[in-house]
Design a protein around this ligand. Structure first.
Ligand code: GDP
Ligand code: ZN
Length: 458
C-alpha cells in the first residue's frame, strides 16, 4: 500500500456544473476533515455524502460550499480511503479547493495515478486499467460499451482461460514425459499438444478478426465525401454535422495537433476526413488522376459518393465509379426535388451490391435512410455489440498477434516432429504474451509507461 495521499481534479475542466477534487490514500479523510465545516468526517459511515463548507485555514474564510463523499478502503476504486469533494462552482473555486487540499500535505497525482493504484492494489488488472483509459477517450456510446465490456473483465477472462488451457497442457505433457508408463506416451502427448494449441489458436484468431471493428469504434470510421462540383457534398457534410452535433476535437494521445470533425451516426463515430478538401477542391480525380485518387480514397473506411438526380451521368462520374471500385461506398442520389435526368438503371448497374440512397438535402429528405445505410454498411446486419468481446486496444492486438505467431511456431515444430520440450518453448512464449495483456508478466517499465498516458485525475 502507498503511504502518500494523492489528489487531483477528476472531472474534465470546464465541463459540467460540478467539479470533483478527489483524494486517495491513508490521510484522505483526515486531511479533508481538517478543512471541512460540517459533520465530523472522521465519524461518518463509509460511502456517505455530506453537505458543508471548505474553509481556507490561512484566512478562515469559506472557500466553497461542497458535498463531500467519504469512502473507506478497501471497497473503493483504489482500495484506499477515498474522498470526493464535489464543488459546484467553476474553475476558480475548484482550483482553490485543490490548493487547500494540497496545503494539508496531499501530493498532486500524476496522470493515471489513481488507476495505477487500483491496479497495483489488485483492484483491476492491466487490461481493465487500459479500458479506463479508453473510456476517458470514448467518443460515442458504442465505443463506450466496448470499453465498459473490457473493464468488466470479459477480455481478461478469455485470456485467463487460454492461458490456463496452455498451462495445463504443458503440465500434462511434463508429467507424461517424466513418468512414461506406456511406450506410446510421446505420441499421445504430441496429439494432445496438437489439439490444444490448435484450439487456442482458433480462439485467438477469432478475437483478432473482430479487433478491427473495435479499433474503428474507438478511432472513428474514416469517411470521405466525393462527387462532382455542385452535387451537394458540402450540403451533405453540413446535414450530417447539424443532425449529429459534430464533435470537433483534437484527438488526445496523438502527436498530430490536427482538428478533425466527428459525427455520431447511430452510435458509430464517423471521422470526416479531409473536410477542408471537400470544401475547397472539387474534383480530386481531375486533379490527381484516377490511380492516385484511388490510393487516397483507399485510406477511407467508407466513401459517400454523391450524384445529381437532376443531371445525366458524366465522364467524371464514371471516372469516380472507376476509382472506388471494390471499396466500401454508398451512392447518394441528391436533389430528388428536381426533375429526374439521371439514368437510375445505369447507376444501379454500376453500383452492383453497394447501397443507393435518394436524398433531397434542400428539403432535408432521406437523411434518416442515409444514416441507416451507413450503420448497416458497417455492421452488415446490425451486429449487437452486447454479445461480442472486442479487442480495441492497439497494445492488446499487438500481443495477440505475437501470441498467435508463437502458437503457429509451436504447431509447425509439431508437424516437423520436433521433440516436445522444444515445442513447449513456443507454448510458454504464447502464455507469456497473453499474460502481458492482463499485466501478469508485464514489467514495471511497461506499467509505468502505460499509466503515464492517462489523463490527470483519473
Ligand atoms: P458541392 O459543390 O458538391 O459541395 O455542392 P453544394 O453542397 O455546395 O451544393 C451546390 C448547390 O446545390 C447549392 O446551391 C445547394 O443549395 C444546392 N443543393 C444541395 N442539395 C440540394 C437538393 O437536394 N436540392 C436542390 N434543389 N438543391 C440542392
Ligand atoms: Zn462544396
Amino acid at each position: 500500500m502507498e503511504t502518500e495521499t494523492i489528489t487531483a481534479i477528476s472531472t474534465p475542466i470546464g465541463e459540467g456544473a460540478i467539479s470533483i477534487v478527489r483524494l486517495s490514500g491513508p490521510d484522505a479523510i483526515d486531511m479533508t476533515a481538517r478543512i471541512f465545516q460540517g459533520k465530523n468526517l472522521l465519524e461518518v459511515d463509509s460511502h456517505t455524502i455530506h453537505y458543508g463548507k471548505i474553509i481556507d485555514p490561512l484566512t478562515n474564510e469559506v472557500a466553497e460550499e461542497v458535498m463531500v463523499t467519504v469512502m473507506r478502503g478497501p471497497k473503493t476504486f483504489t482500495r484506499e480511503d477515498v474522498v470526493e469533494v464535489n464543488c459546484h462552482g467553476g474553475l476558480v473555486s475548484v482550483n482553490r479547493v485543490l490548493e487547500i487540499v494540497l496545503s494539508q500535505g496531499a501530493r498532486l497525482a500524476e496522470p493515471g495515478e489513481f488507476t495505477k493504484r487500483a491496479f497495483l492494489n489488485g483492484r483491476i488488472d492491466l487490461s481493465q486499467a487500459e479500458a479506463v483509459m479508453d473510456l476517458i477517450r470514448a467518443k460515442t456510446d458504442k465505443a463506450m460499451n466496448v470499453a465498459l465490456k473490457q473493464m468488466d473483465g470479459r477480455l481478461s477472462n478469455l485470456i485467463k482461460k487460454y492461458r490456463q488451457s496452455l498451462l495445463e497442457t504443458v503440465a500434462h505433457v511434463e508429467v507424461n514425459i517424466d513418468y512414461p508408463e506406456y511406450d506410446d506416451v510421446e505420441e499421445m502427448s504430441q496429439d494432445m499438444m496438437r489439439q490444444k494449441t490448435k484450439e487456442v489458436l482458433a480462439e485467438i484468431e477469432e478475437l483478432l478478426s473482430i479487433a478491427k471493428q473495435g479499433k474503428i469504434l474507438r478511432e472513428g470510421i474514416a469517411t470521405a465525401i466525393i462527387g462532382r462540383p455542385n452535387v451537394g457534398k458540402s450540403s451533405l457534410l453540413n446535414a450530417l454535422v447539424q443532425e449529429n452535433k459534430a464533435i470537433v476535437t483534437d484527438i488526445p494521445g496523438t502527436t498530430r495537433d490536427i482538428i478533425e470533425e466527428y459525427v455520431n451516426v447511430r452510435g458509430i463515430p464517423l471521422r470526416l476526413v479531409d473536410t477542408a478538401g471537400i470544401r475547397d477542391t472539387e474534383d480530386i480525380v481531375e486533379r490527381i488522376g484516377v490511380e492516385r485518387s484511388r490510393q487516397a480514397l483507399k485510406e477511407a473506411n467508407l466513401i459517400l459518393f454523391v450524384l445529381n438526380h437532376n443531371e445525366q451521368l458524366s465522364e467524371e462520374d464514371l471516372r469516380l465509379f472507376e476509382a472506388i471500385k471494390g471499396l466500401e461506398y454508398i451512392v447518394i442520389i441528391n436533389k430528388t426535388d428536381l426533375e429526374q435526368k439521371l439514368n437510375i438503371d445505369e447507376v444501379q448497374r454500376l453500383v452492383g451490391d453497394n447501397t443507393i440512397v435518394s436524398t433531397s438535402l434542400l428539403k432535408e429528405e432521406g437523411i434518416d435512410e442515409l444514416e441507416s445505410a451507413i450503420a448497416k454498411s458497417f455492421f452488415s446486419g446490425d451486429i449487437d455489440t452486447g454479445d461480442l468481446t472486442y479487442v480495441s486496444n492497439v497494445r492488446h492486438i499487438q500481443l495477440l498477434k505475437q501470441a498467435k505467431q508463437a502458437l503457429e511456431d509451436a504447431i509447425a515444430s509439431l508437424e516437423m516432429g520436433m521433440p516436445l520440450d522444444i515445442v513447449q518453448i513456443d507454448v510458454t512464449r504464447t502464455w507469456e504474451f497473453l499474460g502481458e495483456i492482463i499485466g501478469d508478466t508485464a514489467s514495471d517499465s511497461l506499467i509505468d509507461q502505460l499509466f503515464s498516458q492517462f489523463c490527470l485525475g483519473k
